[in-house]
Design a binder for this molecule. Structure first.
Ligand SMILES: NC(=O)c1ccc[n+]([C@@H]2O[C@H](COP(=O)([O-])OP(=O)(O)OC[C@H]3O[C@@H](n4cnc5c(N)ncnc54)[C@H](O)[C@@H]3O)[C@@H](O)[C@H]2O)c1
Length: 329
């Protein structure tokens, strides 16, 4: 198999490339470098610069590299921005995927892995979110991921493509400091950012109906997530594409961690013990979002191996690489 990895120079994509190449799979990366970083990929990785929305380029890359499967990670991913610019998000995430799938069908490719998100669920009031929990996305970003899943499954059924939609929960950590997330959109880099500025971390709401009153999430190490892609890619190739069908699966640890617990681990790792400031709730934050990880284990034989401490330690090493002034407090 040769896998086209779209968005392979991104935070998660670069880990997927590493995991798949480590298992002996051949890969070629297609990335427009809108948020990607070439330095995340080693010199042994074939990289094509361009967009998934360029059907001719995708067909050319697939032909030149004899691509037999696709892992599609390229997307815009900021929830807040998607509320401001929904048309851009639909164009990039749904339009881009449509064009990519047309090229995939034209090239006769029969395996497709799609990056979906727990954002498809919205705020379900359940203890553990299963893949059967109704999807009620609360942002245009989440909508584009849900519409993306529909497209992938419909194209799969119509054109004999075996498909896997992976619904990622809260991704964190890095397999190496240079692979770390460079955005400051998630809670862990947001706390690092505050500490580096000499400010206290913030907690948005401590009056939720959770054990310590703060929001509970399911954090997954990006290296475990990357291995889930490898497991899904291998699952898709275990038989004829037409017989394999489609898989929609949560990728999480199945364990809830509160914001307060997370900040306490960050204090241990960074040595900065300053107390958190409690502010008001942010609109739209669910009290709890934790995956049922059963299907991934039963179907793919995959489970997360790395814990929250390892996620934070590795994320902190990546943060320090880019912020040399950030030292242990
Ligand atoms: N990071 C998370 O917490 C998270 C959670 C759930 C789902 N996801 C999904 O995972 C995927 C990867 O996210 P990430 O965190 O690595 O983001 P990222 O921004 O680091 O990576 C996205 C990559 O795609 C590339 N790209 C964007 N548009 C492109 C296009 N039209 N053509 C070619 N390349 C393009 C970017 O240059 C970048 O390298 C996305 O689909 C995102 O929605 C991420």
């Amino acid at each position: 198999m040769t896998w086209l990895i779209t968005g392979g120079a991104g935070y998660i994509g670069a880990h997927v490339v590493r995991s798949m190449m480590g298992a002996g799979e051949r890969v070629v990366v297609l990335d427009d470098f809108s948020t990607g970083v070439a330095g995340r990929l080693g010199p042994d990785v074939s990289i094509v610069q361009g967009t998934v929305a360029d059907a001719d380029l995708v067909k050319q890359v697939c032909a030149e590299h004899s691509v037999t499967g696709v892992v599609h990670l390229a997307a815009q991913k900021q929830v807040g921005e998607s509320v401001e610019r929904p048309l851009r998000y639909y164009r990039e995430n749904v339009g881009g995927l449509t064009t990519l799938l047309e090229a995939v069908v034209a090239a006769g490719i029969t395996r497709f892995v799609f990056s979906s998100s727990a954002a498809v669920y919205g705020n379900p009031a359940v203890d553990l979110i299963t893949e059967e929990t109704p999807c009620v996305p609360l942002s245009p970003y989440g909508e584009t991921k849900l519409a993306g899943e529909w497209l992938v499954r419909a194209a799969g059924r119509a054109h004999g493509i075996a498909t896997a939609c992976l619904r990622y929960f809260n991704v964190a950590g890095a397999a190496a400091p240079e692979l770390a997330d460079i955005g400051v959109y998630n809670v862990i880099p947001m706390v690092f950012d505050r500490l580096t500025r000499g400010e206290s971390p913030r907690i948005f709401g401590d009056d939720y109906p959770t054990p310590d009153g703060t929001c509970v999430r399911d954090y997954i190490h990006v290296a475990d997530l990357a291995d889930a892609h490898l497991a899904a890619a291998q699952w898709l190739t275990r038989g004829d594409a037409g017989d394999v069908g489609d898989l929609t699966v949560n990728v999480g640890r199945g364990e809830g961690v509160s914001v307060r617990e997370l900040i306490s681990v960050i204090a241990d790792v960074t040595g900065d013990q300053r107390p958190a400031l409690v502010e008001g709730r942010r609109p739209g934050d669910a009290p709890r979002a934790v995956a049922s990880a059963t299907r991934a284990e039963e179907t793919l034989g995959w489970t997360a191996r790395r814990g929250v401490h390892e996620m934070i330690e590795s994320a902190w090493r990546g943060w320090q690489l880019r912020h040399p002034g950030a030292t242990r407090g």
